[in-house]
Ligand binder design. Structure first.
Ligand SMILES: C[S@@+](CC[C@H](N)C(=O)[O-])C[C@H]1O[C@@H](n2cnc3c(N)ncnc32)[C@H](O)[C@@H]1O
Length: 294
């Protein structure tokens, strides 16, 4: 199968809006890439950045008309905010290579590198997570993941048990293990995510400390953890409040992501009875909530 790939360069602030717009227009995948070979270094506290100039890349089925897509996008955004439109028809087998060409090492809180194979960063006092874009969500480029990685890399998880609920690629569970966690559980409703998380665990040599499973299998373990990260979306987070808050031990930490800024208050209302919440941290349109279990 072939695909239409549409990509455009825009600013750090506009990129997530363009990505959401592409998704709304039916993209089967959207990702960010560095447009100007600008490595992402440690952001200021509370700020997590992608790139000042970001290429947003969307894949569509061939039935989509690229010219129509362009005119709708230009109508929605100011024309000068978008540059270097590229349309390509790409074959399925070129998919992974296309992403890999642009995917660059990223550093979180001065301690955690996330790098594609072949671009590993071996720097003193840092750990390096090897991750290649695949079918499961979670490369570190999306603000919701970046917010969680930033949290992990700036907290001491040494010796802790961690649950990554909604694990996608397993990036958060694997990052926690590389940062010193004793054991991690990576849980997802999507079997493809479980496979990806297992493969990524092997790639990062943490396969002996991780259990990747579906929610029903996980439920049977009755595990509670010192740290629970759930990067899902506001609605499931609210719907599952009792279940997710119940995974954290008393005085343990819960990190919630996948929340749009305008949804933060509803999630806070749902979780406040269970948690002492810190001030929300925002990147672009997305918010991370974190707190201590009461
Ligand atoms: C935004 S991705 C996050 C992936 C990764 N943890 C990260 O931070 O990049 C959300 C993941 O949650 C999973 N998910 C959605 N609803 C879920 C549910 N009710 N229980 C478990 N996983 C769920 C999805 O399949 C998806 O892989």
């Amino acid at each position: 199968m072939a695909w239409h790939q549409i990509s455009v360069i825009t600013s750090e602030n506009t990129a997530p809006k363009v990505a959401d717009f592409f998704s709304d227009l039916g993209a089967v995948s959207v990702t960010y890439m560095d447009a100007k070979d600008e490595p992402v270094y440690e952001p200021a506290i509370g700020e997590i950045k992608i790139w000042a100039q970001t290429r947003v890349i969307a894949l569509y089925e061939l039935t989509v008309d690229p010219a129509n897509m362009k005119s709708r996008t230009l109508k929605h955004f100011q024309q000068e905010a978008l540059e270097d439109w590229v349309f390509e028809e790409i074959a399925d087998q070129a998919w992974e290579r296309t992403w890999m060409e642009y995917y660059r090492p990223m550093k979180f809180a001065g301690k955690l590198w996330v790098c594609p194979t072949g671009q590993e960063q071996r720097e003193e006092n840092t750990v390096c997570l090897i991750l290649d874009p695949g079918l499961a969500f979670g490369t570190g480029t999306h603000p919701t993941t970046a917010l969680c990685l930033e949290w992990l890399a700036s907290h001491d998880v040494t010796g802790k048990t961690v649950i990554d609920y909604g694990c996608g690629s397993g990036i958060l569970a694997i990052a926690a293990l590389l940062l010193g966690a004793r054991m991690a559980y990576a849980v997802d409703i999507d079997p493809q995510a479980i496979t990806a998380a297992e493969d990524n665990a092997v790639k990062n040599n943490v396969q002996d400390k991780i259990i990747c499973c579906l929610p029903e299998q996980f439920k049977a373990t009755n595990v509670k953890a010192d740290v629970v990260l759930a990067n899902i979306l506001a609605k499931p987070l609210i719907d599952m409040v009792g279940q997710i808050a119940g995974l954290v031990i008393s005085k343990g930490q819960l990190v919630l992501s996948g929340i749009l800024a305008e949804q933060a208050d509803s999630v806070i209302d749902a979780y406040q009875p269970f948690l002492l919440l810190n001030k929300p941290v925002q990147q672009d349109d997305w918010v991370r909530l974190a707190g201590i279990k009461r």
